[in-house]
Design a protein around this ligand. Structure first.
Ligand code: AMP
Length: 222
């Protein structure tokens, strides 16, 4: 069985999470979102969750050592044998270096590993984030572009939707600055290795989907 790992990159609010969920369904592989894994730890009130929350509520990156524990554990679950979609990890060079130890083994065993960039401008991102709503189950909505069927309620589990603490304007600006600073060397690596798929994220969801599918086909991933 060929293992396919796609690492989704994109600024906060680029629609990367939505695309990651779609593609994980298409490829029938789990989506691994570090943001979701961390929020689950916070919800369960674990020591790791308590520690991570201090950074997350300020819009800061959680230290690598905490992330490595939960990512390594998740990457070795049996459902990752077919592959996985990574959303939100790696986010900086030290994390990518750590992950590459594992990914290089997958490539050596004939697996497919690609970076996928959902490309959007900062202006579009700022506009989108103020209308983002999320559910603790991981579902993401947007009151303008992807509203839930019932206002304020999750389509999947009917729970009340929330505005994330890190979607406030001041925190968003900080997150974007940090994103650009940290993400460039990561993208450069995948580009130099001809393993970067770039999709224009400023189109409607359907158009993003179409472009994504055709680019995944071009690379023999579908
Ligand atoms: P996200 O849901 O991906 O936007 O992540 C929400 C928050 O979780 C981020 O603002 C960070 O505080 C933390 N986080 C998620 N992934 C990472 C990561 N790879 N490295 C450090 N912190 C992370």
């Amino acid at each position: 069985m060929k293992q396919t790992i796609l690492i989704f990159f994109g600024a906060p609010g680029s629609g990367k999470g939505t695309q990651a969920i779609r593609i994980s369904k298409v490829l029938n592989v789990p989506m691994i979102s570090t943001g979701d894994l961390l929020r689950r730890e916070i919800e369960k009130d674990t020591p790791l969750g308590k520690e991570a929350e201090k950074f997350m509520e300020k819009g800061r990156l959680v230290p690598d050592v905490l992330l490595e524990k939960i990512v390594d554990k998740r990457m070795h679950c049996t459902d990752v044998k077919r592959g996985a979609i990574l959303d939100g990890y790696p986010r900086k060079e030290s994390q990518q270096k750590h992950l590459l130890k594992h990914l290089n083994k997958i490539i050596a065993n004939g697996g497919e590993v690609f970076g996928v960039l959902i490309d959007v401008t900062d202006k579009a991102v700022k506009k989108r984030l103020t209308s983002r709503r999320v559910c603790l189950c991981g579902a993401v909505y947007n009151t303008v572009t992807k509203p839930p069927k019932v206002a304020g309620r999750c389509d999947i589990d009917k729970h009340k939707l929330i505005i994330r603490d890190d979607d406030t304007p001041a925190v968003v600006s900080d997150r974007l600055k940090l994103y650009h600073q940290l993400i460039k060397p990561l993208l450069d690596y995948w580009k130099q290795n001809d393993r970067l798929i770039v999709v224009n994220g400023e189109q409607g969801i359907e158009a993003v989907d179409t472009e994504m599918m055709s680019k995944l086909k071009e690379r023999g991933l579908l």
